[in-house]
Design a protein around this ligand. Sequence first.
Ligand code: JFZ
Length: 446
Amino acid sequence: MNRLRAALTAATLLAAGGAPARAQAVDSVAAERLAARRWFADAKFGLFIHWGVYSQLGAGEWVMHNRKIAVADYEWLATTFNPAKFDAVAWVALAQRAGVRYITITSRHHDGFSMFKTGATRYNIADWTPFRRDPLHELADACHAAGIKLFFYYSQLDWHHPDYWPRGGTAWNNGRPDQGDWSRYLAFMNAQLTELLTRYGDVGGIWFDGMWDKPDAPWQLDTTYGLIHRLQPGALVVPNHHQRPRPGEDVQTFEQDLPGANSAGFNTSYVSGDLPLETSLTMNGSWGFNITDKEFKSVRTLVGYLVRAAGNGANLLLNIGPRPDGTISPEFTARLDSLGAWLAVYGSAIYGTRRGPVSPRGWGATTRRGDTVFVHVLDWPDPLLPLPPLGARIRTAYVLRGRAVVPVVETAVGVTLALPPASADEPDRVIVVVTSGSPASNRSGR
Ligand code: JFZ
């Protein structure tokens, strides 16, 4: 039945001169969502925030599982959570300085503790802790004032809720009853998602995680995705399930990997041809605050990830793990400030681009906007850079920083650029190549 429908859609598109690969993007997806997907593909850079009760132990967001903490003990820990220095306006000011277009924050992680005021459980920051405030509400207000979109990370896996039953692959004997009502759990999640999509103004989307704990459970995704799209037609569903995208989903996200690379071992090598893409990345080795993890990536490495993500047509969702008092450690803020300073000069080669005519290489990557191709040279020792044909004649080429003309040799077999000298303060030499027409190898859509 689905296959018949797909075949008919493809046939219609072919008759109309369209490409069958784009069938999913145009197949019954509301105009608001298609526009939101384009906005997302233009955005290119987001800030991921992992913050919760676990931050207090300074050992990452999986500490409840890793240390086999009992539900009752973790519940006590939650009663002491009081991030008195939390300042949503300061967080958003940092995000703005960094040049991110959106923030994705943990509304509820696997520990099951809700970081927002909810009527679905008392186990939430406003009702369970001395803090009493709703930090997500404050963050939503600050984001809206600054023109930054807010996405909510939402865990489908829950190590606390009694109705998360039967339990999944990460379960341990933590004091929960050996019974539960799965349909009640689904109703609980849908009730919370309804709150998140009706009380916080315009939401960028929901970033789902944890389904992989019980991949074959009856998640009833159609119901949940339908609810989201009904409540906010422009909200995107971003699933971190490490599988091929399903109907109702809007973005394919890759964890700790560029699209298709799968060095982490749990991503899929399949890359969607029509959905926008995203790569989530830790700045050190941890998502939640980890007090001993000092393995911070250098600014040069982070610029490289942003550029290679863009060269793959993907956004970079770069993570910070704020401290339990609500402050953000200087290792994070310094790197975000440096990335913002870099984007202030080179942002035109990142924002609003799609992947370029030459797929990412060892030396770097290409992006493009309209007739302009940006050649990002990250690592190349020689004065000349040979490229395959760009698919359109070159009108002019120049160095983005300083605008010096770049000599170009164009032949039938390719293009050679004469590069400016590398310098220690420039992680990415960007050559702006203006062509006389949209390069043939461009894909539209994402
Ligand atoms: C998931 C979360 O578990 C993690 O805490 C963090 O929020 C990250 C962004 O997303 O990470 C995963 C998910 C699945 C696997 C590994 C890490 N897996 O299946 O091996």
